[in-house]
Ligand binder design. Structure first.
Ligand code: KIV
Length: 271
């Protein structure tokens, strides 16, 4: 029987077992109770309360503005819904880069006030002290390398990262560093498939890709993108499994028309 079907509760240990048994890990974002309940019931392995909430929930054009308080609000809503999946929460921009003490304080607030199981931080050697300090408090850490959206103003663009040799070398070094420090998994975003495959092959911890090809240990997508709720964002790596935006618009148009024509509510729908 596969690990995935056997477990009642996904833990970081289960994810390692899945990697050992070459069983792919499924991961999606969620930011609210109702959506988290649906994707947990569907059997997702990991739910990421991503700082992409800044874009898809709050309407900002980057992940930078979202606050720690807002992440705690989203994460606690998600945790209340989830019975099986491992819940990982992004430390938002500005809550951990300053120094390792503020990183630890932010991570502790997330764990204490939301009941989540792990946190995620973007970056490699630059944030190593923060990663170490959070881990020292017994908080599991997921790394995130490649395109790290919190550094968008440094990159200047959302193009594929680590295409040149120097950046690819640094990414591999950072991945080893994060593994050695004790991260339980790493997200690799928007990098060449060959490079992601090499990292996944060489490291013992699970590597979860987004725009990193198929030769990694699992995949993650933003739920609003894969359900087709967002329309303007269409990178090559995104597979849309539904066109919910047109379904929702259609349903709302029907409702408006029924209200205007007084065909809703009927006698049966009234007291
Ligand atoms: O915030 C987010 O949704 C993420 C994923 C894209 C990995 O970090």
């Amino acid at each position: 029987m596969s690990v995935h079907l056997n477990v009642r509760k996904v833990t970081t240990h289960v994810l390692h077992e899945m990697k050992l048994k070459k069983e792919k890990i499924s991961m999606l974002t969620a930011y609210d109770y109702s959506m988290a309940k649906l994707i947990d019931q569907a059997g997702i392995d990991v739910i990421l309360v991503g700082d992409s909430a800044s874009n898809v929930m709050a309407g900002y054009d980057s992940t930078l503005p979202i606050t720690l308080d807002a992440m705690i609000y989203h994460a606690s809503s998600v945790v209340r819904a989830v019975k099986r999946a491992l819940v990982v929460v992004d430390l938002p921009f500005g809550s951990y880069q300053g120094n390792s003490k503020s990183a630890l304080e932010s991570a502790i607030r997330i764990m204490k006030e939301t009941g989540a199981h792990a946190i995620k931080m973007e970056g490699g050697s630059e944030i190593l002290e923060s990663v170490k300090r959070v881990l020292s408090a017994g908080i599991p850490v997921m790394g995130h390398l490649g395109l790290t959206p919190q550094s968008i103003h440094k990159f200047g663009t959302y193009v594929v990262r680590a295409k040149d040799e120097e950046e690819a070398k640094k990414l591999i070094e950072d991945a080893y560093l994060l593994e050695k420090t004790g991260c339980f998994a790493i997200v690799l975003e928007k990098i060449p498939s060959k490079l992601a495959a090499k990292v996944s092959e060489e490291l013992l911890i699970p590597i979860i890709g987004i725009g990193a090809g198929a030769q990694v240990d699992g995949q993650v997508l933003v739920i609003h993108d894969m359900l087709g709720i967002t329309q303007e964002f269409s990178p090559r790596f995104l597979r849309r499994y539904h066109n919910l935006s047109s379904e929702i618009r259609g349903a709302v148009e029907n409702y408006i028309s029924d209200v205007k024509s007084v065909s809703f509510p009927t006698d049966k729908e009234s007291y």
